[in-house]
Design a protein around this ligand. Structure first.
Ligand SMILES: *Cc1c(COP(=O)(O)O)cnc(C)c1O
Ligand SMILES: [Zn+2]
Length: 370
């Protein structure tokens, strides 16, 4: 299988073995290889209850290293919350967040490439996922997090034997510290933001929804956005399903950020094509508090291509939504409640949405935050 990174700026290609995480020109990399379309009739009866049942649309062979790495990630339930509204319970994953989709694919590829040590930075959940899959793969992980990261996430990372680097300052300072280590040591950067293999995993979120809704996508997906890894993965899946004639129209991406850290929402409502970085003025939604999203322009393009929208939600509304979800039986981390708050806000903005199918993700488990 020929697999290349390709620069979104200048189209330069690099073979996957190059371990590049950005182009010589400074541009971000996407990933290309020959994809096959999925036979959903076959996958819906598969006895493999994980995202790997979609192996035909993943950059691996049937018999491959992923078999030693998987912990059953993916294939999460789609649960009816009320008429037309479905929650996809991503917190049922091995490390209790949707990051396992991307990480399982990324770490399986690192293993396949013979890598034994990686660097990553995270607001918490990506770090705990990389630490867990790294442990499973026998890959040493150097994980950079902000000092302010939830204790529970830090303990989870340490429990897996990863080396943790607590960085004072902003989320951007954390990323810069990780990148400095990558540049000094030439280690593999297992970044969920820069490494496009991550979306090869997150795209399966949409395949599963398609299968669970009997060969349809909903009218809209509510998607939280920090760095946009679920959003960009979902958008890749929309494009694939459209190209393969399995849908005839993309669903809308209705994205959400936290009001106190909403650079993408601001650029969207200002009609801009690039994202100006903002200052994070403080939000409990730590998992989406990204003031300088590297993939901002791509995220804006994706949302606009689906005729979607982006709103921001206050911390008060997030905390209220978390309580309401818990009273319905779903205990999610604070960040994750932003999705339900967004739904309540979107149906006010677009009353017709109440009569349309909408899917929202429950991204992370309640016990991860206070
Ligand atoms: C990572 C994460 C998000 C946001 O994902 P991005 O890829 O940064 O857009 C949202 N919720 C939870 C619980 C997360 O862990
Ligand atoms: Zn380039």
């Amino acid at each position: 299988m020929v697999m290349n990174f390709i620069c979104v700026g200048c189209n330069e290609k690099y073979p996957i073995e190059s371990h590049k995480w950005k182009c010589e020109c400074g541009g971000l990399l996407n990933f290309e290889y020959e994809k096959k379309s999925i036979n959903f009739t076959k996958t819906s009866t598969s006895r493999n209850h994980s995202l790997w049942k979609y192996i035909d649309a993943l950059p691996f062979e049937e018999e491959d290293v992923w078999q030693d790495i998987t912990m059953g990630e993916g294939d999460t339930p789609l649960i009816k919350l009320h008429e037309n509204l479905y929650a996809k319970a991503e917190y049922y994953m091995p490390t209790l967040s949707f990051k396992d989709r991307g990480v399982a694919v990324l770490i399986a590829m690192a293993k396949k490439l013979g890598i034994d040590r990686v660097v990553a930075d995270s607001s918490g959940n990506a770090g705990s996922s990389i630490a867990a899959y790294g442990a499973r793969a026998g890959i040493q992980c150097e994980i950079f997090v902000a000092e302010s990261t939830s204790d529970k996430k830090i303990k989870q990372i340490e429990a897996h034997g990863a080396i943790i680097h607590k960085v004072p300052g902003s989320r951007e300072d954390v990323a810069n510290a990780a990148i400095a280590m990558v540049e000094d040591t030439n280690l593999f950067y297992a970044s969920h933001i820069y490494n496009p293999l991550f979306w090869e995993g997150t795209k399966t979120y949409v395949y599963e929804t398609y299968e669970q809704l009997d060969g349809q996508l909903p009218e809209a997906f509510i998607i939280p956005v920090g760095n946009g890894t679920l959003l960009l993965g979902a958008y890749i899946a929309f494009q694939e399903l459209l190209e393969n004639g399995q849908i005839d129209k993309m669903p809308k991406i209705l994205a959400v950020q936290a009001t106190n850290c909403a650079p993408i929402q601001k650029a969207f409502s200002d009609g801009k094509e690039v994202v100006d970085f903002v200052e994070n003025t403080g939000t409990l939604a730590e998992g989406i508090a990204i003031a300088a999203p590297a993939r901002g322009a791509e995220i804006l393009k994706a949302v606009r291509a689906t005729d979607g929208d982006i709103i921001s939600i206050s911390d008060d509304a997030i905390v209220t939504a978390r309580k309401e979800l818990a009273l319905k039986g779903f205990y999610v981390e604070i960040t994750s409640a932003v999705n339900y708050a967004a739904y309540l806000s979107f149906i006010e903005k677009y009353p017709e949405l109440k009569d349309q199918k909408v899917v929202l993700p429950l991204c992370g488990a309640g016990i991860k935050s206070n």
